[in-house]
Write a protein that binds this ligand. Structure first.
Ligand code: SF4
Ligand code: SF4
Length: 372
């Protein structure tokens, strides 16, 4: 298999600049009708992790979403926008508030398109996915270019985790707590949902302890487009300075033959990524354990560990981490929170959900000693 993707410069979120860049991203690949039939019903899924404004680099910028909607409307498509923000739904954070704060509600209103939630579901063998997948002819995937504490990157494949309905995401974290198992679930979701087109918003990207407020925004000025999520994540990793084989979901998807995971077999249109001179991304602290061979990981499982810890002065006592924790091992205290580490599976959902950058990462002594 060989794949082609486009990489386009986009130096700001000025509406006209973004629209032109999104058009180029798609046109270099043959135009929108190569991916979507005119007049069809299309589900557009940005990354709307939490109710934070676009300046935090946590969510897909509304101008990218707007540009894609306009292009679809030009070929008379009916557009539906939606996401399942993190694992919370109505239990932790109000989805409507997420849509409002991220700027997506305004875009939907301006463009006259339907904004939906993912509460209605249909069962796959291991998880429920939003029923909007069945009600639409195509899915367009609009991830944010970010690091991720557990999956290393959150790009084309990881963004599809938001299609899992409601708090079932927490169940999946609990039931598939090993990184290799979780990567398989992500690939199952990719296999099931098959986005027709993916455009990754890497204009303002994120490095460090992503994908939530603990990550650091980083200007990258790029958009990436294509239909092959494996190829897209391979190129995304390459731009970040990561070996793509270290991204377990990319590796798993390539092994299943779901896309092109070999850099040399991916045709890149637009920018020459070797000439971009991107400084390697700062990686999430807990992801460093991924570099160890599986056997070593199992043998040293009890000794090499990463844990969340409370940055008490920053904690606002919102309780999001308590509600989201799949193992129910966080307690609200007078000052900050406390963890029951015996139960903790180091999924870092708590850090991802914390709106106040109040959860840090600490490592075990052995992890420190061997320089992880
Ligand atoms: S405490 Fe945090 S890292 Fe540990 S299981 Fe709960 S959510 Fe996951
Ligand atoms: S640590 Fe973060 S998510 Fe948890 S209660 Fe404090 S502010 Fe809220």
């Amino acid at each position: 298999m060989s794949a082609q993707i486009s990489v386009i410069k986009c130096n700001s979120y000025e509406p006209a600049v973004v629209e032109q860049a999104v058009r180029s991203t798609i046109n270099l690949l043959g135009g929108i009708t190569c991916f979507v039939k005119p007049g069809s019903r299309v589900l557009v899924k940005p990354n709307l992790l939490m109710s934070k404004g676009p300046e935090y680099a946590i969510t897909t910028h509304p101008q990218v979403v707007r540009s894609v909607i306009r292009i679809l409307k030009e070929i008379n498509c009916q557009v539906i926008i939606g996401d399942g923000p993190s694992a919370w739904d109505q239990y932790i954070e109000n989805v409507d508030k997420v849509y409002e704060v991220t700027g997506i509600k305004q875009v939907a209103y301006d463009e006259g398109v339907q904004l939906v939630n993912f509460f209605k579901r249909r069962m796959h063998d291991k998880f429920p996915l939003t029923s909007w997948l069945d009600e639409c002819d195509y899915l367009i995937n609009l991830p944010k270019f970010k690091t991720h504490e557990i999956t290393l990157i959150t790009g084309a494949i990881k963004n599809l985790f938001g299609l899992v309905s409601g708090t079932y995401k927490v169940e999946l974290h609990k039931n598939y707590s090993q990184n290799t198992e979780f990567a398989k679930i992500l690939v199952d979701i990719y296999q099931e949902s098959k986005p027709a087109l993916t455009i990754i918003d890497g204009v303002l990207a994120m490095e460090g302890d992503g994908p939530g407020t603990s990550g650091k925004p980083r200007q990258l000025n790029l958009l990436l487009g294509g239909s092959d999520c494996v190829a897209l994540d391979t190129i995304m990793a390459k731009i970040m300075g990561i070996k793509h084989q270290e991204v377990l979901s990319t590796k798993e998807a390539a092994q299943r033959g779901l896309g092109e995971g070999q850099f040399s077999r991916i045709k890149i249109k637009g920018e020459d990524i070797d000439k971009l001179n991107v400084r390697p991304f700062i990686l999430p602290q807990a992801s460093k354990i991924n570099n160890l061979p599986d056997v070593l990981k199992i043998l040293l499982k009890l000794l090499i560990k990463y844990y969340p810890y409370s940055l008490r002065l920053k904690c606002t006592h919102c309780g999001h981490c308590v509600n989201i924790c799949p193992k129910k091992c966080i307690m609200l205290k007078k000052k900050g929170i406390a963890f029951n580490y015996k139960q903790c599976i180091a999924c870092f959902c708590c850090q991802e959900a914390c709106p106040a950058v109040a959860i840090g990462v600490k490592k075990s002594l052995l992890a420190k000693l061997i320089g992880l």
